[in-house]
Ligand binder design. Structure first.
Ligand code: PGA
Length: 242
């Protein structure tokens, strides 16, 4: 694992964006696995800046998002499709027909999961971007005694619903289910970029990156991947051994 710690968020965002931009510059039809949440917003803003200045084009890029809530109306402000449009896609030259987010309103959720897996297998991710939950989840793969390899419907843990309640008017509005890519699909990406910010994630960063590999900390499985780059702010890195 290549672990980098940054003194400022600005530096972290710039380096993260330059890693994504160099991939897309050398492979204009790159396939990107994208993430939602507060973690990638600064990176997306930097990518928008690079795109609008003409340094990088996403015209031929395809993207696949990690997850989506089940049952939120399509026009709800907190769907991950809305997040991706407003935080990134509306501001860059990507063709939205080439951007994929699982459909949390599909009439047959199992069929939707299978369809998403088939698309992922055919597309083959060049890079997967990840954040991490306080409990060590990646995408919505929650700690458990076993993990799913492929895309599946997941029951969200109470702590995850609470962590996400800040985006809703009350916790009762936070969906209890989501569709998520599985750990197997994430680990198949040729490269993984994990970004973590903030002191409240310092403990889980230590467990994920330097603790035992266990399904109880899904992010610890990243230790088995040959090409992971981790970008941390100094608070998130504070418990790591040098
Ligand atoms: P956050 O979420 O970026 O909003 O902290 C990360 C996650 O839960 O995976």
């Amino acid at each position: 694992m290549n672990i980098m710690t940054f003194q400022t968020n600005e530096e972290l965002n710039q380096i993260a964006a330059s890693i994504v931009a160099s991939l897309v510059q050398t492979k204009p039809n790159a396939v990107l696995g994208l993430a939602t949440g507060s973690t990638p917003i600064g990176l997306y803003q930097e990518l928008i800046r690079l795109n609008q200045k003409g340094y990088v084009s996403f015209k031929n890029v395809k993207s696949y998002n990690l997850d989506e809530y089940v049952g939120l109306p399509a026009d709800h402000s907190e769907t991950y499709r809305t997040f991706m449009n407003t935080q990134l896609f509306d501001h860059i030259d990507i063709d939205k027909n080439n951007t994929y987010v699982p459909n949390g309103n599909a009439p047959d959720l199992d069929a939707e999961c299978q369809y998403y897996d088939e698309m992922l297998a055919a597309a083959s991710l060049d890079m997967q971007l990840l954040g991490i939950g306080h409990n060590g989840h990646i995408a919505f793969n929650e700690p458990d005694d076993q993990l799913h390899s492929g895309t599946h419907v997941v029951q969200l843990k109470e702590e995850t619903r609470q962590a996400n309640a800040r985006f809703f008017s009350s916790i009762d509005e936070v969906p209890s289910q989501a569709i998520t890519m599985g750990v197997g699909s994430i680990l198949k990406a040729k490269m993984i970029m994990l970004i973590v910010r903030g002191a409240e994630k310092a403990d889980i960063v230590k467990r994920a990156l330097q603790g035992p590999i266990t399904t109880e900390v899904p992010a610890s499985l990243l230790q088995t991947h040959p090409n992971v780059v981790v970008l941390l702010d100094k608070e998130a890195a504070k418990h790591l051994d040098a």
